[in-house]
Design a binder for this molecule. Structure first.
Ligand code: PBG
Length: 329
């Protein structure tokens, strides 16, 4: 055998020779406790409703939501993020159902809390879009523009109602300026100092939210570009982050996850609070759809996508596969 020169002088492949070797040197390990399950619950009696754009995900009934929460606990998942889907007739211009103690999200929070107590961190989406008839994350001014400060008043009330219902964490996802501070004050005012704020510090206006619109029966026409961030920008993420921390955020989130791993890595390097990432509906559906066509290996693609998100710096990952993956781990 002829040997040409002395290359390769170093052989990185030595550390990839066997599964045991690869496992030993792996830097990133997913753990069930990293995972948080987002879940939708619809108002009204009856069966859960399938979401066609998210195969395998449903709008839960209260019964199946309870069961999903129990399953998540037994799989070792850390938390659940709840989204309410009100009846269409309950939607109005100011999202009244979002602050009604009998609104679907509050009812769902109480049900889950009753079912699993403190075994799961119960989180709520603190945003108006599920409850407004125009589908925006806030109330509109006379010109049809989302009115930041009027919306903050609604968020303050929402935070209090959700805290009263029993959440451990509110997820401020509306992208209004000042929302974290206002929500923190509102919680403290009613003695809910222990309810934590997960700030959607970095939330981009993304086409990958598409399937979520069906998931919550959104009424939105148009887009959220006047309040959610421009995908072209990275520096303003650090500004949003600094503001949310100043206002009292306990944890911060980057959303979506996959297309924004650079931003996630920057955020993780910058802060000393826990960092979450949200693998959103479109990220879920793309893998499910490609797998359904037989174009990719579903299970491997799911694990790879989550490993990438963790490697980039997320300590907590919201994913619609949370329970399934936690079980597999
Ligand atoms: C706002 C909210 C959205 C998502 C989570 N919270 C929609 C949006 O901002 O347009 C999207 C989650 C997903 O796509 O999985 N209530």
């Amino acid at each position: 055998m002829t040997v040409y020169g002395s290359f390769p002088g170093t052989r990185p492949r030595r550390l990839r020779t066997t599964p045991a070797m690869r496992r030993m040197v792996a830097e990133t390990r997913l753990h069930p406790a990293d995972l948080i399950l987002p879940a939708f619950v619809r108002e009204g009696a009856g069966e859960p409703v399938a979401i066609s754009a998210m195969p395998g995900v449903v709008q839960h009934s209260l019964d199946t939501l309870r069961k999903a929460a129990v399953d998540a606990v037994s799989a070792g998942v850390s938390g659940i993020m709840l989204f309410g889907v009100p009846e269409d007739a309950k939607k109005d211009a100011t999202g009244t159902a979002g602050t009604d103690p009998e609104g679907i999200l509050q009812v769902a929070v109480r049900a889950v809390r009753e079912e699993v107590g403190d075994d799961l961190v119960i989180m709520s989406d603190l945003c108006l879009d599920e409850y407004t008839d125009h589908g925006h994350c806030g109330v509109l001014d006379a010109g049809g523009r989302v009115d930041n400060d009027a919306t903050l008043e609604r968020y303050a009330e929402m935070a209090q109602v959700q805290a009263d219902a029993g959440v451990h964490v509110v997820g401020t996802s509306g992208m209004m300026d000042g929302q974290v501070g206002v929500v923190r004050d509102a919680l403290d005012t009613i003695g809910k100092e222990d309810v934590a704020v997960l700030a959607y510090a970095v939330k981009y206006s993304s086409a990958f939210y598409g399937p979520f619109r069906e998931a919550v029966g959104s009424s939105l026409t148009g887009d959220r570009k006047t309040y959610q961030q421009d995908p072209a920008n990275s520096r303003e993420s650090l500004r949003e982050l600094a503001l949310d921390l100043e206002e009292g955020a306990d944890m911060v989130m980057v959303k979506p996850a996959g297309p924004y791993l650079d931003v996630l890595a920057k955020v993780a390097a910058e802060v000393d609070v826990p960092v979450a990432a949200y693998q959103i509906s479109g990220e879920y559906s793309m893998i499910e759809a490609a797998a359904e066509k037989g174009w990719i290996d579903r299970d491997k693609a799911i694990l790879e996508s989550l490993t990438g998100i963790k490697r980039a710096g997320a300590g907590m990952i919201l994913t619609y596969w949370a329970t399934e993956v936690a079980r597999a781990l």
